[in-house]
Write a protein that binds this ligand. Structure first.
Ligand code: HEC
Length: 111
């Protein structure tokens, strides 16, 4: 067995995994929808939330697809995870707005 080939193969595989999950790109319609839950939400804020989410939430496990969890689940998961990720309260809020909004972006696929 060729160990070197195996190691290189694993690295390529892991790198591919890291980019496999594409999180939703917020649109103005998402921002409009978000204002019902988070009054005053702007598209710029949702985009900041996406960037913060991608920067802080995919290091320990892969990025979780916002669509795969309900609003209720995100509200439960984000606070302890924000602690783990050591983000400040403002960043936590941006991340929460982003994932909660995008969780309702289209009909949720089955888990
Ligand atoms: C220091 C490591 C770490 C960081 C950073 C982190 N997580 Fe987690 N997360 C975990 C561990 C450990 C679990 C439990 C095992 C698992 O589901 O992968 C978990 C589980 C989860 C789950 C639940 C999975 C399920 O189906 O039960 C969600 C959702 C989640 N994390 C979201 C986030 C978000 C959002 C962030 C960024 C704010 C984040 N995580 C940052 C370690 C981390």
């Amino acid at each position: 067995m060729n160990i070197k080939k195996y190691v290189i193969g694993s690295i390529v595989f892991l790198a591919a995994c890291g980019t496999a999950v594409k999180t939703g790109v917020p649109a103005q319609s998402d921002a409009d929808r978000a204002t019902a839950k988070f009054p005053g939400t702007t598209l710029a804020e949702l985009n900041k939330g996406k960037i913060a989410y991608e920067a802080n939430c995919g290091n320990c496990h892969g990025l979780k697809n916002p669509l795969k969890y309900s609003e209720e689940e995100w509200r439960k998961e984000v606070p302890p995870m924000a602690k783990k990720a050591k983000v400040d309260a403002a960043t936590e809020e941006l991340i929460l707005k982003y994932v909660v909004t995008m969780s309702g972006a289209s009909p949720a696929p089955s888990k």
